[in-house]
Design a protein around this ligand. Sequence first.
Ligand code: NMX
Ligand code: MLT
Length: 435
Amino acid sequence: DYIKERIIEIGRPKAEMVKDLIKKHGDDVIQDVTLGQVLTGMKGMVSLLTCTSKLDPEEGIRFRGYSIPQLQELLPKLHQEGEPLPEGLFYLMLTGELPTKEDVNHISEQWALRAQGIPSHVFDVINALPKDAHPMIQFNSAILAMSTESQFRKAYLTGMDKKDYWAPTYEGVMDLISRLPVIAAYIYRRVFHNEKYIDIDPSLDWAANLSHMMGYDSIEVQRLMRLYMVIHADHEGGNVSAHATHLVGSALSNPYYSFSAGMNGLAGPLHGMANQNVMHWINKMLREIGTDSPSTSQIKDYAEMTLRNGQVIPGYGHAVLRKTDPRFTVQLEFAKKYAPDAPLIQLVDKIYQVVPDILEKTGKVKNPWPNVDAISGSLLSSFGITEYPIYTVLFGVSRALGVLTQLIWDRLYGLPIERPKSQNLQWFAEKVNYQ
Ligand code: NMX
Ligand code: MLT
């Protein structure tokens, strides 16, 4: 696989640089840490080395320096007016270089081939779960069950040199990413379509295949799936799914164990599960108000009631972003292009006009603007994918691209086990002479 040769060419000097930086500057102070940062989720504390993407509070995500609109221009597409192929984003995150069409085709072919090697016990594990077990339970059980295939584990046991750990990690990552759409679509068809499964079509790209195996073959849904897979792929290193994958990976856990940890985090309502919860929030509002088209003042009342009840408004706020999430904007643009009259999108737009002001007035919410989840479910629904519990699984399929690429880089850099220091409450109080 020529990509492995490219990775080693790029990776070796960087690995040397990491070692040299630690040797020459390991004792240099790079940032002061406040008590507030430690006790409010380490926000803004630089504590991770991540190369795949970087999040700017005002501008949003950049993958290896490229914003989402730039990627829409620069990454290879199947059709000029379509969306970029996620394979290209994977190559970019992996190497730092923009891929050619050939690179993207090579990855597409590799993934379609590797996707066909899922052992049958993985499906037995899914089938052993009740159908009403949340799709994230089924998804994560399948990921763990696939770890019997881990090439890293086998290579580790044979006693390989640690500077080569990245290579079996790469193989595991390629296998895992290739197989996630098959698993996600299997769960979707099992739970929502009477177990009527659809085979993989090796001639399709990774995202179109996911759409195909779920039962959607229109050009619009294929494009939507490519967009969805690109924009959810990564959000620098500190978000829960990326950080959990990295943390567990730092124990040299194999890619399956590491990614599974990340997916357990994604299943939390403050993280990836927010995309499903937004739909619950909207539907409950429509039911309670008794209309499909509530007025702005009715939305305002409902949002204020949510806050009075001590709950969060899902899809709004962010730990880093301080502006409307560009992932929200690009989905809104997609909707306006392909489904301008979709009632749910019009409702999302209306909610967008009302909620930021209400959150701002609380005086405590640091970012009143919508995040990626405020619209993704309404967009999928508008194209017929109306089964909300699958949404976080789709987020998870995409998130694999970024967090698993970073895992390869963790191995290339030779990063050690992560082990920060913890202290009890008294230590913090004494440190600041608390009276
Ligand atoms: N609705 C109501 N209250 C909120 C919201 C919101 N959307 N966002 C923040 N707050 C509250 C927050 O709960 C906290 O309250 P308290 O001091 O009483 O504990 C206060 O505002 C300050 O929180 P922030 O510092 O602004 O936000 P933080 O960084 O702690 O949390 C989120 C970030 C994203 C967890 C938070 O904004 C939230 O809960 N949003 C709703 C859930 C959501 O959409 N999550 C998806 C995020 C994106 N993703 O896919 O992962
Ligand atoms: C993400 O995509 O991971 C979310 O926006 C959460 C985050 O960045 O903290």
